[in-house]
Design a protein around this ligand. Sequence first.
Ligand SMILES: Cc1cc2nc3c(=O)[nH]c(=O)nc-3n(C[C@H](O)[C@H](O)[C@H](O)COP(=O)(O)OP(=O)(O)OC[C@H]3O[C@@H](n4cnc5c(N)ncnc54)[C@H](O)[C@@H]3O)c2cc1C
Length: 392
Amino acid sequence: MAPTLFTSALVDTRDHHPELRRAVAGVVGAFGRKYFQDVVQRDEKPTELWAALAENGFLGVHIPVEDGGGGGGLADYNVVIEETAAQGCPLLSLVIGSITAPIITQHGSADMRRRWLPGIADGSLRMSFAITEPDAGTNTHRITTTAKPNGSGWLLNGTKYYTSGVDEADSILVVARSGEADASGRHRLSLFVVAADAPGITTQDIPCAVQAAEKQFTVFFDDVELGPDALIGTEGSGLRQVFAGLNPERVSAAAINNGIARFGIETAAAYAKDRVVWNEPIGSHQGVAHPLASAYIGVQQARLMTARAAELFDTGSEDAGEVANMAKFAAADSSLVALDQSIQTLGGNGLALEYGLADLWFVARLHKTAPVSREMILNFVAQHSLGLPKSY
Ligand SMILES: Cc1cc2nc3c(=O)[nH]c(=O)nc-3n(C[C@H](O)[C@H](O)[C@H](O)COP(=O)(O)OP(=O)(O)OC[C@H]3O[C@@H](n4cnc5c(N)ncnc54)[C@H](O)[C@@H]3O)c2cc1C
């Protein structure tokens, strides 16, 4: 486990957070960056790491006790995700767990909760999340994947893309149109849990630069038959219901980037203390030290905002959406500054796989675009925080 330079007193919002941080760092640190790089390079899965996270109860800290989880909230899950990434193991699957579990907890039937939540908490079941479509993208109102009532249940048709981790998933949480368009031409959306191996589902790998354990897929739904129990919550309320998962997803994406930034700065600070090319360690040159110090402050700001967003979500605050968006925006930007400066500090070694920095770049860069792009966050803030006219 790498020693941490980052003060967490600033960001820990619950008494048990320091202990939780130490526990996660201990478990994940025993695997470390090298383990993670090897798994990704061999195109395998970090199965042992996932099992260790599960065994220690970390995968379900945000799931209610009666559903097999730890009974905490997003504030706890934020700590788990950040510490995992800070040990050099950025797991995108943890972000997916922050979408699916709250949606099912808040809107799923008792049967659905029983069927999925204990398995998500103990790591035995995986669920992917499919909202993005090739011809809709950011504009969810334009999605065309459709669930048509067929008597007993629904018939699902359409295409999703960039669905992460379908190759490992037992099921997919799908956002689909259902029913007819309203007077404004907008279709109401509904949420469904679809078995990943249901007849009519085919997938196609999307080769990606992101050096992650999770692969991305285009998923084709061709007359996939869904039973009545596939529907989450109320038909037509999908857009409202999905926000139970989208705000946590933003917080979790921020948590990954905060962890990556910590890993980068910690690696760079250690290197700058030891590396001598003139007469003193390179860290004594302000040209090296100041950008790292400045990046540290930026990362602490992003961590603070992320922790606050998680708290606001857990307390059901109406402001959770704004703060989750801003936290994701801040974490994406500050982590890229931090990682870039960390790479720079290591000179040529910054690009060597041995130090584990350069191959983190696209994982961090991903969260400038996903799960919601920085432009859409600026649109949100301009419109909802500043009261400016909607621009699109
Ligand atoms: C590695 C990876 C994993 C992913 N995992 C998942 C997943 O598991 N499930 C899932 O459903 N999706 C997933 N996504 C999809 C991701 O959420 C989308 O790529 C993202 O939301 C942007 O949508 P888009 O790619 O369709 O871009 P588009 O909507 O086509 O946008 C393209 C560009 O135009 C800008 N733009 C669009 N509209 C406006 C506007 N009104 N004002 C200003 N700028 C605008 C956008 O900000 C963006 O920069 C993943 C993507 C990647 C790369």
